[in-house]
Design a protein around this ligand. Structure first.
Ligand code: SF4
Length: 164
C-alpha cells in the first residue's frame, strides 16, 4: 500500500549507505548520489497533480490530508539538506501552496536546524525512522547516531512540522 498519492524526487541516492537499504538494488548506474538543480521546475510541475490522487486520497482515514506527495522514496532528505537546501525550498513551496496538499518525507537524520521557523502551514509531515542499538551502529553507520539528534522529535516540534 503506498504512503502517498504521488512521488517526486529532488535527489536519488543516499550517502548513508545503510547495509539493508533497498536503494542499492533499486537505482540504476553507479552508486552515487545525484541531486537535482531544477527545483523550481520540479516544484512548479506538481500543481497539475493536485486533486488527482488515487492512493491516500481514496482512503477515508486519510482523505483529510488532501493530495499527498512523497519526497523520500529514493533518498533521505536530511542527509543532503546541508548541501542543497532543497527540502527547505520544498517545505516553503508547500507552505505557500494554498490548497489541500501534503508534502511527506522520512529520515534517519536529526539535523532540522535549517528548517526551524519555515512557513510550512501544516502541509509537511515528517516521519522519523528510529532503530535500536546495535542496528544503528552496525547497519546504519552513515546516519545520525542515536542520542545526537535522531529522531529529532524535539527538533521537529520546534519546526512545527508534524512527525508521526
Ligand atoms: S538513510 Fe534511508 S535512504 Fe539512506 S541509506 Fe539508510 S535506509 Fe537508505
Amino acid at each position: 500500500m503506498g504512503s502517498a498519492d504521488w512521488r517526486f524526487d529532488l535527489a536519488e541516492g543516499c550517502p548513508a549507505h545503510c547495509q539493508y537499504c533497498y536503494l542499492a538494488g533499486s537505482l540504476s548506474g553507479p552508486p552515487v548520489t545525484r541531486v537535482y538543480a531544477d527545483l523550481d521546475e520540479i516544484l512548479d510541475g506538481l500543481a497539475e497533480y493536485e486533486g488527482r490522487g488515487t492512493i491516500t486520497s481514496r482512503r477515508a482515514a486519510r482523505r483529510d490530508e488532501g493530495t499527498t506527495f512523497e519526497a523520500s522514496c529514493y533518498t533521505d532528505p536530511l542527509a543532503l539538506e546541508h548541501l542543497t537546501g532543497s527540502w527547505r525550498r520544498a517545505i516553503e513551496h508547500f507552505g505557500a501552496w494554498d490548497a489541500p496538499v501534503q508534502l511527506r518525507w522520512t529520515t534517519k537524520f536529526g539535523d532540522v536546524a535549517s528548517l526551524v521557523g519555515l512557513g510550512h502551514h501544516g502541509r509537511t509531515r515528517v516521519r522519523f525512522s528510529v532503530d535500536c542499538l546495535p542496528v544503528t551502529t552496525r547497519y546504519e553507520g552513515g546516519t545520525s547516531p542515536l542520542g545526537t539528534g535522531r529522531p529529532g522529535c524535539g527538533g521537529s516540534r520546534s519546526t512545527g512540522t508534524r512527525s508521526v
